[in-house]
Design a protein around this ligand. Structure first.
Ligand code: DX5
Ligand code: ZN
Length: 223
């Protein structure tokens, strides 16, 4: 049985008080910290990179779940490994040699994830599914926090979970974008087990909001 994990996205944190915000969510029981790296090419926006990761790594020993929204992520795998990543997720759309990039992540001793944009079919995972620890299904178009969950993604989550079960794989399914109190039950019920949440967690009463999502997640352990 796989565990349900909350991965708060620090993209929505107050960067002026990043250490405090991280302590709040870790203290509330979040096991992962979702680190969104954007390059202004693969996605329109630019977020933050290595120096920020290095300094927050000193702040916490929490599991760093690094989501690379960058073109040719193979250029930066070793660098992010050195900055303290525990898991690196690359987009299938961003690398020409997905299989090789996954091996590169694993060769660094890290867990490997593959992300799919909402319009990318699940077929993109054929031939690599056995190799990855986690599949990230984007539930909004990547690039910004605070967007609305795309309802068609629920069927995509369900189809992937069924496929994994048929293959006898316990791979994690992460969902990212628009996850909040009103949408989290739907994704958990469909078979997601790692939930990213940015704007639904950070802001006022960060610890309480993280705890509320964690409480809902505890109700869903049925698969
Ligand atoms: C979007 C990022 C997300 C984002 C989620 O491109 O990958 O991780 O921070 O933000 P919310 O939870 O606000 O939709
Ligand atoms: Zn993300």
């Amino acid at each position: 049985m796989r565990k349900n994990i909350l991965s708060p996205s620090i993209l929505a944190a107050d960067f002026n008080h990043l250490g405090r915000d991280i302590q709040d969510v870790v203290g509330a029981g979040a096991e992962y910290l979702h680190v969104d790296v954007m390059d202004g090419m693969f996605v329109p926006s630019i977020s933050f990179g290595m120096p920020v990761m290095e300094s927050i790594r000193k702040e916490t020993d929490c599991f760093f779940d690094v989501h690379l929204m960058i073109e040719q992520p193979e250029r930066y795998i070793e660098t992010f490994a050195k900055c303290g990543a525990d898991l690196i997720t690359v987009h299938a759309e961003a690398t020409k040699h997905l299989h090789r990039t996954i091996q590169q992540i694993k060769n660094c001793g890290l867990k490997a994830g593959v992300a799919l944009n909402p319009a990318t079919p699940l077929d993109a995972l054929d031939y690599v599914l056995e190799e990855v620890d986690m599949v990230l299904l984007m539930t909004v178009n990547p690039g910004f926090g605070g967007q609305k969950y795309i309802p068609q993604m629920t069927g995509k989550i369900r189809t992937l979970r069924q496929k994994l079960l048929q293959m006898g794989l316990e791979t994690d399914i992460q969902v990212d974008g628009g996850i909040k109190e009103s949408t989290i039950r739907e994704v958990l019920e469909a078979g997601a087990n790692v939930c990213v949440a940015g704007s639904a967690v950070f802001g006022e009463h960060t610890a309480e909001k993280a705890k509320e999502l964690l409480n809902i997640m505890q109700e869903y352990t049925q698969w």
